[in-house]
Design a binder for this molecule. Structure first.
Ligand code: FAD
Length: 311
């Protein structure tokens, strides 16, 4: 079925966030000859070639300086109607999650949250989303007039085609709330929810000072982020922004190295969809090994320096 899809992009400090290109790629794959329109909810320098290559036919850039949750949702709803969109996609980031519900409610439809796969069927789009800490997969079809969905990072890919998108300015709807500033954490490592490689530590690291061993590994893996279990965050060893799991962030990197992490169900809920999981734990019976692609039974103090050397 031919489907017109609106993708709500996410920008920060004028630059597009990588997850948005994945959402555009997912839209291109699902559109089946329909039009893919991308909407930036605040002014940004966007690249017609990059967005066109990812799968966008047309890119609308709102004429407001900064993002507004209610304004962005209202603009997206108007554009979805103007463009006869059958579906609206967003990234399942903090901002995307905020907008997903607002847009679905205003369109009088339902939404599928945090999807990891989708299929275009004769009767419309069918979405897959992991539930109960990825113990089960739910297949969701939205019965409303427009299917709204948020897509989990690292599960969809930009189309990679040789086409430029058309860039246009777009009038933003008025808003009652405006984001004045975003206080980003300091440091040069990527956010754990966006990184392709994550080196994570648990209580078995022993002490906050031992994170230098994880940093040494992350430094060798270009663009790797640091992650942590809740036990570590509760102990004050690492900031909450690095926590992975049910009450932390959900991640799906290519590589997740879990060091001194037991593999509690609440931790697995946040990382078990990682493509390759390497577990380092001194206890061969630790539950994390049941989910690991590769397991190393040993003490982090011995294994991590050897791993850093080998890398
Ligand atoms: P532990 O379970 O104590 O495991 C430490 C591991 O390190 C052990 O397997 C041990 O064998 C190993 N070890 C010890 N010393 C060494 C060494 N020298 N070398 C190698 N290995 C060693 N947890 C999260 O992580 N994220 C969440 O979002 C989260 N949300 C929660 C929400 C709720 C409602 C609840 C109830 C719990 C939540 N938890 C969460 C907590 C979770 O249940 C676990 O308590 C937590 O994940 C354990 O962290 P850990 O694996 O670091 O520590």
């Amino acid at each position: 079925m031919m489907t017109n899809i609106l993708v709500v992009l996410e920008t920060r400090d004028g630059a597009l966030r990588p997850a948005s290109l994945e959402a555009v790629g997912a839209a291109h794959a699902a559109a089946n000859g329909g039009t893919v329109t991308a909407l930036a909810t605040e002014q940004a320098e966007l690249d017609a070639a990059v967005l066109g290559s990812a799968g966008a036919d047309c890119v609308l850039i709102s004429d407001v300086a900064t993002h507004s949750p209610d304004g962005a949702a209202a603009t997206a709803v108007r554009v979805a109607k103007e463009r006869d969109a059958n579906a609206v996609f967003l990234s399942a980031t903090v901002r995307g999650r905020d907008l997903t519900g607002r847009i679905a409610a205003a369109l009088g439809t339902g939404f599928a949250a945090d999807c990891t796969a989708m299929e275009a069927t004769e009767s419309g789009l069918s979405f897959t989303r992991p539930v109960f800490g990825s113990k089960a997969l739910l297949h969701v079809r939205v019965n409303g007039p427009v299917a709204v969905a948020s897509l989990r990072g690292n599960h969809f890919a930009p189309a990679g085609r040789d086409t430029n998108a058309e860039l246009e300015s777009c009038a933003a709807e008025s808003s009652q709330a405006q984001v004045l500033s975003v206080a980003a954490k300091s440091g040069e490592r990527p956010d754990v929810s966006e990184a392709n490689r994550i080196v994570a530590g648990g209580r078995g690291m022993g002490d906050a000072a031992n994170w230098s061993m994880l940093e040494a590994i992350a430094d060798k893996l270009d663009g790797a982020a640091l992650g942590a279990s809740r036990a570590v965050v509760d102990s004050g060893w690492r900031p909450h922004g690095e926590q992975v799991g049910q009450t932390g962030k959900t991640v799906s990197p290519e590589l997740y190295i879990a060091c001194g992490i037991s593999g509690a169900i609440q931790h697995l809920a946040g990382m078990s969809s990682s493509k390759c999981i390497v577990a380092i734990n001194k206890d061969a019976e630790a539950p994390i090994f049941q989910h690991a692609t590769y397991g190393i039974v040993g003490k982090v103090e011995e294994v991590l320096p050897a791993l850093a050397d080998a890398l």
